[in-house]
Write a protein that binds this ligand. Structure first.
Ligand code: F0G
Length: 453
């Protein structure tokens, strides 16, 4: 039998992409102040900025879009949305929201107050910001292996159970309104959490009567990693695995822009009736009535179909294989990446790639700028520009949109990265010339460092 893992779809509608010359990119890069967020998307050839909201919908999703019931209250689309989500997640209440961070804002707004502490394997930046916005402290407790780029631990997203126990003992369980597990662990390299770890975190939470919530953005990819890597799960379906994992928790937040296979949307789930009531009250204030939560009926339909498609094995096999394909082809040539390849993205280790560029000259931003200059590829820095001096690593994330690029696109990306790898000694650092007071990476302006001062 042929062994090549192919894209499990045919292409029905195409979106042209635009070539630019190196000379043009040089000018565009300068105009964008070396910050790829400031580039017009039309000037990007392969856009790996994010896997969020950038996926291609299926024929089934587009057909469902036409079934969208746009009634303000009690829409049929909401019933289908809730039924599909409950089938996988199993929680009593399903509250729609316009995207993941809206669900986070509502969850933390209702459960947390000043002085509280929220442990997570690793908070995503919006999750951290929403915890801090209500005056609580966000604490990252990923296992030590999760902070070592070259370490090949199969579940680098796991939470450090001893550290969780220690934290609860130190601050007291009354100050921990909930524990969160992010599956997969995006900020730590798109790395999965094992079922065993979820079970252990859940046990600690139950012992202390603390609710466990999942940040479920990439739950399908996490389920497939469990199937591939954890004994006892080889013959379970990704859906059965997801159902078991969510059974260990009390609720979740979800950005449907990732494994919801939609371009917009999210939701919040909980088993707590009182909390659900408070959350819906808050929802009406900012997002909309609880049967649409800031989404159109057609969006609810796309998500109802999308969460199920994300769990299809043919899709997940291709998805995980294509991300690994990119990671393996560059790491074989010596390019330092976070190992093993994650689910939705490959993370280049910019400190190891460009050891001659000091951290205060943003090696990750310099590398991202060079990838654009060389081949029109857009990636994103996760490091010193994003987190300031608190950054533990300087990474460049190449996030793969779902069902969008083919293997030849990925081959092209491999060639461009290897070309930049050969030229690495000539890449220079950058200096910050403008920064906003918070979330500075979105709008920062930089310029190349010239002669030594
Ligand atoms: N949690 C995780 C783990 C995420 O990766 C994201 C978004 C969110 C929450 C927030 O969801 O964007 O729908 O409000 N991550 C995107 C990314 C933006 O590029 O990784 P959102």
């Amino acid at each position: 039998m042929a062994r090549t893992i192919i894209e499990p779809f045919r292409i029905k509608s195409v979106e042209p992409i635009r070539w630019t010359t190196r000379e043009q990119r040089k000018v565009l890069l300068r105009a964008a102040h070396y910050n790829l967020f400031l580039l017009p998307a039309a000037d990007v050839l392969i856009d790996l900025l994010t896997d969020s909201g950038t996926g291609a919908m299926s024929t089934h999703q587009w057909a469902a879009v036409m079934e969208g019931d746009e009634s303000y209250a009690g829409s049929k689309s909401f019933d289908r949305f809730r039924a599909s989500i409950q089938d996988i997640f199993g929680y009593r209440h399903v509250i729609p929201a316009h995207q993941g961070r809206a669900a986070e804002r509502i969850l933390f707004g209702v459960t947390c107050k000043k002085g509280d502490v929220v442990p997570n394997n690793t908070h995503f930046d919006t999750t951290r910001a929403n915890v801090e916005f209500v005056g609580a402290e966000a604490v990252d407790l990923v296992i030590p292996e999760g902070r070592q780029p070259a370490n090949r631990h199969p579940f680098k997203g796991n939470m450090d159970i001893a550290a969780l126990r220690e934290l609860i003992a130190r601050v007291g369980s009354e100050r921990v309104p909930l524990v969160m597990l992010t599956v997969t662990n995006n900020s730590g390299g798109g790395q999965p959490v094992s079922m065993e770890n979820a079970r252990q975190v859940s046990a600690v939470c139950r012992e202390h009567r603390i609710p466990l919530y999942f940040d479920a953005c990439r739950f399908a990819e996490n389920s497939y990693f469990i199937k591939l890597r954890e004994s006892g799960y080889e013959s379970k379906t990704p859906k059965q695995i997801a159902q078991e994992m969510f059974g260990y928790g009390d609720g979740c937040t979800m950005s449907a822009k990732k494994d919801g296979m939609a371009n917009i949307g999210g939701f919040l789930c909980t088993n707590d009736d009182l909390l659900a009531q408070q959350q819906k009250d808050l929802l009406i204030l900012t997002e909309g009535y609880p049967t649409y939560g800031g989404l159109a009926g057609r969006d609810l339909e796309a998500i109802a179909v999308g969460v199920q498609e994300a769990l299809e094995e043919d899709y997940l096999r291709y998805r995980i294989a294509s991300t690994a394909y990119l990671g393996n082809h560059i790491s074989e040539q010596g390019v330092p990446i976070v190992q093993p390849p994650g689910g939705h993205a490959i993370y280049l280790d910019a400190r190891a790639f460009l050891p001659h560029i000091p951290r205060d000259q943003f090696p990750g931003v310099a590398l991202a700028a060079e990838l654009y200059l060389e081949g029109g590829i857009r990636s994103v820095e996760i490091g010193s520009l994003m987190f300031g001096s608190a950054a533990k690593m300087d990474l460049v994330r190449l996030a793969i949109p779902r069902r969008v690029y083919t293997q030849s696109h990925v081959d092209y990306v491999v060639e461009v990265i290897l070309e930049v790898w050969r030229k690495r000694d000539s890449i220079r650092g950058l200096r910050l010339v403008y920064e906003a007071p918070f979330l500075r990476h979105f709008t920062a302006k930089l310029e190349p460092v010239t002669a030594k001062a």
